[in-house]
Design a protein around this ligand. Structure first.
Ligand SMILES: [Zn+2]
Length: 67
């Protein structure tokens, strides 16, 4: 139905926005690769554990600050 189509578009748009956010974050982190800013939390300036970077390579915050 038409309503379903509209709802699906909303879901698609939301997914697209999320994907774009992730991509922007990833790009931002890639720019920092090789600099002292890479792997450092933007908020508390603590080192982000490598496990978290591998799990969420698009995140610029440590687990505590990302909440
Ligand atoms: Zn932090």
């Amino acid at each position: 139905s038409r309503m379903d189509a509209i709802n699906n578009k909303g879901v698609m748009d939301a997914a697209l926005v999320k994907a774009k956010e992730r991509f922007e974050g990833l790009k931002c982190n890639l720019d920092k690769l090789g600099t002292s800013d890479f792997g450092v939390c933007l908020k508390c300036k603590n080192k982000i554990p490598i496990e978290r970077i591998l799990l969420a390579p698009n995140s610029s915050f440590c687990v505590n600050c990302a909440r």
